[in-house]
Ligand binder design. Structure first.
Ligand SMILES: Nc1ncnc2c1ncn2[C@@H]1O[C@H](COP(=O)(O)OP(=O)(O)OP(=O)(O)O)[C@@H](O)[C@H]1O
Length: 593
């Protein structure tokens, strides 16, 4: 899949730009009450700027001509008063608009974040985290900018342009036509430039996303980078991606920068035509100094907003690609969803049944990987099942299917007779405890990390859970006990300590079905003993699937499944399988040796 690496550009569906813009504008709707005062402020400022040249015309033609100082002072006073009102309303508009646009930013970001949380593993399998971050942070910011500018830029400038055209036409249609004569040239240039910039901005965003993905991956794996002295190589890759980003940016700017000169040229032509028309056609009698001054001011008032509008248009074209990328995620359907008729799974005992299960990753795509074929078994409540087998055999896949992280293509999986697809995902996962090798520790206190397993747990429940898995004693030895702040990913704790905290987190949630991907890393003997006791405490009374790497857990398991060639090659307890001298025996002997 094209999204799966920082080296490949993301593929976006072709979208209709008008639809994208309309969809962006929908985010304004819930804030319409706050937008109305912004629009009123805008109307006042636009009206003031439209009236001012008329006052100046009157000052020159009436009061300067008749040397009426009092009249001039009155007009000057009115202009100053209008100027103050103008500034006040601009300030008010900026304050209100900033408030609204930040609320909109929050709305979109929340929607995107909530949606991403519902997406299935397949989505994350196919996207580097950095690319997702680029959309939640960078692209949403750009989207906010464009929406805020629609109100503060598009509307007032558009009204100003219309207002100016009307006033010019009413005052003198001949001068008005001369002032606007280069409009067709400008429109053609803008469309020509627009058509060439959109793809380039889209390419620039993809390159930015690749760079983001790379930097994220590099920092996440910094320990590997440094331990292999790979800084030189990573720097080279960074440079390569940064160069691609820069080139894409320059390529987009090269065309987009033509906007300004195109408008400047049209502006100059029209100014020249206006003066030429005033002198040649109207002569000094019809074209008074005041009228020409007013026309020159209105011409500026026409072309300045046109310049701003074209900049806005340029920005819109740039940011439509940001919006497309945000909407692309919002339109990605969660693959694992509740059926409309799905019910709550009641409290279960934990009888897990696979019935002729077949599963393939990325079915129907080039990356299709068939992993399981016709797998059937029943795990009784309270039973501990160890999954062993060669790497890539499908052990993790089997446990992921029990939590319904992926949907199977053949057969069915049920717990206590409830087909996993007939119950809500929440009610299923609430009763499952999943412990991966990562033992992810969040930045926060020990308490917060344990409580993550049951947010409404009491202090007593939390301590009892920690005690049950042997974590309490070591936690109490930490600087602030349960209030000790842990660093991101548990840096500062040993692997064994991280495991114990993760055990406590799972213990507190009291799952009926437990999935344990046992860590392979070796830890010191004392902690190892604590961890083993912790595991035994966790397994007690719940159906457990342990992906076992350590023989000690395998020996105690009620049953061992040897997973290979898309199914269960052998099953039985340790003694039975050893006597059988089959695949498990080989595996055991190999490890033992
Ligand atoms: N998210 C995925 N997308 C596509 N293929 C996958 C995915 N996860 C695993 N696979 C493939 O499915 C097969 C089974 O992988 P799985 O992780 O279940 O093996 P495993 O038995 O747990 O291996 P290990 O002991 O190394 O953890 C492998 O060939 C692997 O490449």
């Amino acid at each position: 899949m094209a999204t799966n690496s920082f080296r490949e550009d993301e593929q976006l569906q072709h979208t209709d730009r008008k639809k994208v813009v309309l969809r962006m504008m929908k985010y304004l709707k819930p804030h319409i009450r706050e937008i109305i005062p912004v629009l009123i402020s805008l109307a006042i400022t636009v009206a003031i700027s439209l009236i001012s040249p008329l006052l100046i015309e009157r000052a020159i033609d009436v009061h300067v001509a008749s040397k009426d100082v009092k009249g001039l002072l009155i007009i000057a006073g009115v202009l100053v008063a209008l100027g103050i009102i103008y500034v006040l309303f601009v300030k008010l508009r900026m304050y209100l608009m900033n408030r609204v646009s930040n609320k909109i930013l929050l709305d979109i970001r929340e929607e995107l974040y909530e949606h991403i949380q519902t997406l299935s593993f397949t989505f994350f399998d196919n996207r580097p985290t950095g690319k997702i971050l680029a959309r939640i942070i960078g692209d949403v910011n750009s989207l906010k900018e464009v929406m805020a500018n629609t109100i503060t830029n598009l509307i007032p400038n558009f009204i100003t342009v219309i207002g100016v055209v009307v006033i010019l036409m009413v005052k003198d249609w001949r001068l008005a036509l001369a002032t606007l004569c280069s409009m067709p040239l400008m429109i053609v240039s803008i469309f020509w430039i627009r058509n060439r910039t959109h793809n380039r901005w889209q390419a620039m965003r993809k390159k930015a996303s690749n760079l983001n993905a790379y930097v994220h991956e590099d920092i996440a794996g910094i320990s590997v980078v440094q331990s292999f002295h790979a800084e030189h190589e990573t720097k080279a890759t960074f440079r390569e991606l940064a160069d691609e980003h820069r080139d894409a940016y320059i390529s987009a700017c090269r065309v987009a920068d033509l906007f300004g000169p195109a408008i400047d040229t049209s502006w100059s032509i029209s100014s020249m035509m206006m003066y030429l028309c005033a002198i040649l056609l109207l002569g000094y009698t019809d074209a008074s100094l005041g009228l020409i001054t007013a026309f020159a001011t209105y011409a500026n008032m026409f072309w300045s907003p046109i310049m701003r509008l074209s900049n806005f248009y340029n920005q819109l074209v740039t940011n439509i690609s940001a919006a497309e990328r945000v909407f692309d995620i919002l339109d990605t359907k969660a693959e694992i969803v509740d059926k409309p008729e799905a019910g709550e799974m009641p409290d279960i005992e934990g009888r897990v049944e696979f019935h002729h299960v077949g599963f393939t990753y990325d079915e129907g795509t080039e990356a299709e990987t068939k992993v399981l074929e016709d797998v059937s078994f029943v795990a009784q409540p309270g039973e501990t099942i160890a999954l062993v087998g060669p790497t890539g055999a499908g052990k993790t896949t089997i446990v992921n299917l029990i939590s319904r992280f992926y949907d199977i293509q053949k057969g069915n999986i049920s717990i206590d007779g409830y087909d996993l697809t007939d119950v809500t995902i929440n009610s299923l996962r609430r009763q499952m405890g999943v412990m991966t090798q990562d033992n992810f520790i969040f930045h926060g206190t020990v308490r917060e990390n344990i409580m993550y397993g049951k947010l409404d747990a009491t202090e007593e429940e939390m301590i009892a859970a920690a005690k049950a898995v042997n974590a309490h004693d070591f936690i109490m030895k930490l600087e602030n006990g349960y209030d000790t702040e842990l660093k991101a990913r548990g840096a500062g704790l040993s692997i064994g300590q991280r495991q114990l905290i993760a055990f406590a987190r799972t213990m507190i949630s009291m799952p009926k079905v437990l999935i344990l991907d046992e860590a392979t890393s070796s830890i010191d003997t004392h902690t190892e003993m604590l961890v083993q006791q912790g595991i035994q405490a966790l397994l007690k009374g719940r159906t457990s699937f342990v992906i076992a790497h350590r023989l000690s857990t395998i020996k105690n398991a009620d049953r061992i499944f040897v997973i290979n060639h898309g199914g269960i090659q052998e099953s039985g307890n340790h003694n039975e399988l050893m006597q059988k001298k089959g695949a498990y025996y080989e595996l055991y002997m190999a490890q033992f040796a």
